[in-house]
Design a protein around this ligand. Structure first.
Ligand code: MF3
Ligand code: CO
Ligand code: CO
Length: 276
């Protein structure tokens, strides 16, 4: 299939939550690992002066060289391989002429398809010297994702994930973005269920072994409200406050979660190089 065929094919999304086999986990492990390796590769280039469309090209070449295809390119008309979202951009920033500068905090979101399986992951990068409150936002967002993952196990509920993230974030005086959520994924990019990053314990769908989904909280230093710019994609905070996001693709195991997109180089949060 060409990228254009892929863009026009039915998405395969259904309202049913798919339960996957051991073989499917192997497919997700490979796709997730490659997506994480793509971010590891980009890490060295996250320096002041880098052009965002150069990062996009490097990612696309990396994906194609490794037998995978970019999932975002032409997805619902999206024009690029990566989403690159700096400072007050919440998500879906489009790579282009923009140059990253000292003090920026930047999310790069990578999604690729390997042997039909989607690997979807994003991380924050600090460009040069970043202000303390920006670094703090990055660290809180990273911890919020970890706390969301930590409550995942068969018998827990989707609301437990949202609650773990929201209660931690708000206690740290950060706001959880409501307009975007995590999602089921596998052979389909955006599938059921919606994984909200806020909620009440014990509510929502019960988690079962075999489910695959992303958790991808977006936290703002100001208010939670976002707006979409006239390009139809770029989401920014309405109050122009800083925003941060981390994302992992996970699978539910017999007693917890398997993170498919852990960084093989241990670079998941570049501000804390020793973390997962
Ligand atoms: N990777 C994003 C997510 O986490 C989706 C980007 S869709 C695009 O779900 F079209 F904007 F690329
Ligand atoms: Co996602
Ligand atoms: Co993503």
């Amino acid at each position: 299939m060409t990228f254009t065929d892929a863009a026009e094919a039915p998405s395969g999304r259904t309202s049913m939550i798919k339960l996957h086999t051991a073989e499917d986990y192997e497919g997700m492990r490979k796709a997730g690992r490659l997506a994480a390796e793509c971010l590891d590769m980009l890490c060295a280039h996250m320096q002041p002066g880098v052009l965002t469309e150069d990062l996009d090209r490097m990612a696309r070449e990396f994906m194609l060289d490794n037998g995978s295809t970019p999932a975002c390119l032409y997805y619902r008309g999206y024009p690029k391989t990566l989403c690159i979202s700096a400072n007050h951009v919440v998500c879906h920033g489009i790579p282009g002429e923009k140059v990253l500068k000292d003090g920026d905090i930047v999310n790069i979101d990578v999604t690729l398809i390997l042997d039909g399986w989607h690997g979807d992951t994003s991380r924050m990068f600090a460009i040069g010297n970043v202000k303390r409150r920006a670094r703090r936002l990055i660290d809180i967002t990273y911890e919020a994702l970890q706390r969301g993952i930590a409550v995942v196990r068969p018998g827990a509920h989707l609301g437990d994930i949202g609650h773990a993230i929201q209660s931690y974030a708000e206690n740290e005086r950060c706001a959880v973005v409501r307009d975007f959520c995590g999602h089921g994924l596998g052979r389909v990019f955006h599938d059921a269920p919606n994984v909200l990053h806020y909620g009440q314990p014990g509510t929502g769908v019960e988690l079962k072994e075999g489910m695959f989904f992303t958790i991808e909280p977006m936290l703002n230093l100001g208010k939670p409200a976002v707006k979409i710019l006239s390009d139809g994609w770029t989401a920014v905070t309405r109050d122009r406050s800083l925003s941060a996001q981390f994302e992992h693709s996970i699978g539910i195991t017999a007693n917890g979660a398997e993170v498919f997109t852990a960084s093989p180089a241990g670079l998941h949060n570049p501000t804390q190089p020793d973390a997962i």
